[in-house]
Design a protein around this ligand. Structure first.
Ligand code: FES
Length: 79
């Protein structure tokens, strides 16, 4: 299971609590904690955490990661 940004040792549960407390989006969480700024493997999981509030994930397939990245770049998906 995937539970954290390994590069910056911050869990998705910690990121969710920070997002709840501050209203930060992915970019804000990244600025505050460094998550997604190393290898960026955690980025799709952080996006998913913000959407679903889940903090523990199975390993995503490449197709799932591509879909998340596509949705993230589509302004219509942010409504
Ligand atoms: S796992 Fe988060 S930046 Fe590498």
């Amino acid at each position: 299971m995937v539970t954290r940004c390994i590069c910056h040792d911050v869990t998705f549960a910690e990121l969710r609590a920070l997002a709840d407390a501050t209203g930060e989006d992915l970019e804000g969480l990244s600025r505050r904690t460094g998550c997604c700024t190393g290898c960026a493997t955690c980025r799709p999981y952080v996006l998913l955490m913000l959407r679903t509030r889940q903090t523990v994930f199975p390993v995503l397939t490449p197709a799932q990661i591509q879909r998340l990245a596509r949705d993230d770049s589509d302004p219509a998906s942010h409504r």
